[in-house]
Design a protein around this ligand. Structure first.
Ligand SMILES: CCCCCCCC(=O)SCCNC(=O)CCNC(=O)[C@H](O)C(C)(C)COP(=O)(O)OP(=O)(O)OC[C@H]1O[C@@H](n2cnc3c(N)ncnc32)[C@H](O)[C@@H]1OP(=O)(O)O
Length: 206
């Protein structure tokens, strides 16, 4: 069953960019047999990640849980440091929370993927101290392209819809990070056995 309501007040597909519509020959996403069980906390893919890292003091500290199929849920508490306007969350921070939730789907597919395109609807203002209940789901796969959607609801998983996103993630090899990341952090990550283990867990064909 889908955990991402297509809902909101108008049909999402009416406004979506063509690049975010899966091609006719796209296939349904397949949950990897070794994916974490529904309800299991996924943990951070990188301790210094702005979205989910435990060791990132400026980060969002998002904690995602595996859902059914290829879906996750996550909670994000909006802090005063996340403000854009007085007492309200910054839109870019909210987009980051959606991006991170969508990125967490990689744990269920067991592929390494990065955001290629992220389209966000900001449906309602999100006050500081709100708890946003995020739900993300992969909807289709076409070659290296993973189509996915997410929502953010205020106060509870059934609360008022505040955010909605559609995204295209593109599968990459671990070399994507090794070739492009700053050497200092890459060296540190490769020297950390836990980080190497996490990277391997995402790779189907290491
Ligand atoms: C490890 C998990 C981390 C999770 C953290 C949360 C997620 C993130 O924030 S990731 C960080 C932000 N994202 C990035 O830095 C990505 C930067 N971009 C890139 O590196 C490249 O553009 C990349 C990898 C997306 C695609 O490049 P490349 O590998 O050369 O593939 P490319 O051939 O261009 O594209 C593959 C397919 O995707 C499509 N595609 C790629 N980007 C887009 C886009 N922006 N819009 C539409 N389609 C796109 C292409 O059209 C192509 O489609 P088709 O196969 O039908 O021809």
């Amino acid at each position: 069953m889908s955990t991402v309501p297509s809902g909101g007040n108008r049909p999402r597909s009416a406004a979506r960019s063509p690049a975010l519509t899966p091609p006719a020959d796209a296939i349904a996403p397949v949950r990897h047999p070794d994916a974490p069980a529904p309800g299991e906390l996924l943990g951070s893919h990188y301790a210094h990640c702005f979205g989910c890292g435990d060791e990132q003091p400026h980060g969002l500290h998002l904690q995602a849980r595996a859902g059914e199929g290829v879906s996750i849920t996550a909670e994000f508490t909006v802090r005063p440091s996340h403000q854009g306007a007085p007492g309200l969350a910054h839109g870019g921070v909210l987009a980051t929370a959606l991006d991170e939730s969508l990125g967490a789907l990689s744990w269920l597919l067991r592929v390494v993927a990065v955001t290629g395109k992220l389209e966000t609807d900001f449906v309602r203002p999100v006050p500081v101290d709100s708890v946003l209940f995020l739900a993300a789901e992969a909807t289709a796969v076409s070659g290296r392209k993973i189509f996915c959607s997410a929502t953010g609801r205020l106060g509870s998983p059934e609360g008022p819809l505040a955010l909605r996103a559609d995204a295209l993630f593109v599968e990459v090899k671990v070399d994507h990070f090794i070739d492009n990341g700053r050497p200092e952090e890459i060296r540190a990550a490769m020297a950390d056995p836990d980080q190497v283990r996490r990277a391997r867990a995402f790779e189907v064909n290491p």
